[in-house]
Design a protein around this ligand. Sequence first.
Ligand SMILES: [Zn+2]
Length: 260
Amino acid sequence: MFDIGVNLTSAQFARDRDEVVSEAFAAGLSGMLITGTNRHESEEACGLALRYKNCWSTAGVHPHDSSSWTPEVEQAIREMAARPQVVAVGECGLDFNRNFSTPAEQESAFSAQLALAASLNKPVFLHCRDAHERFMALLSPWLDKLPGAVVHCFTGTRAELEACLARGLYIGITGWVCDERRGLGLRELLPLIPAERLLIETDAPYLLPRDLSPKPASRRNVPAHLPHILERIAYWRGEVSDELEQITDENAKRLFGIDF
Ligand SMILES: [Zn+2]
């Protein structure tokens, strides 16, 4: 079982990062991808990927951090993304929900990272929130030049899902789908995703599944909750979770060019 989205550099893991990782493996994970969200975090993520077995990382600049994009940052991300343990460019994309960086800054950092990934022949780890039209418009011209792409933490509509699938994108599903307030729409879309395009993730320390029983004392999400998310996704798809685990593992191996 492979978690494609762990924000292991988060300060929320500062005190017990080693335990969080060993508990994840004890819970049944066989590997994880550590998310880089800006130059500094990407460097940290890369260091953690070297430290822990069966861990890899991404290098990139999140839409929220797009205002930090400069030629120097681009050069640093390019250098990091060429390292063997860095298996995707990202997290990059567009987030017009909060606009922590302006839409213009987001679009230029996103386009630059797509070009960078294409030149390094690396897949991209994508974030899209409330920006589907522009996201697809900027992404589409690059898709035949990229070895693969995953929209992580997909939370869009049916039409958006169908557009992503038609373009060959992988779909990352988090514990958002376990949320009885806002995950119901996504739950209904789960059977529409071909198993060969599905990836699973916790997005820890964010998005603690709301249906864990008993409810954990901490609101912090951890990668050890991935088996719960897999089990719920399999249930709502009407599938056996062991089989879905195998297929999603194969997907992660194929997309990121790794073995675990
Ligand atoms: Zn994201």
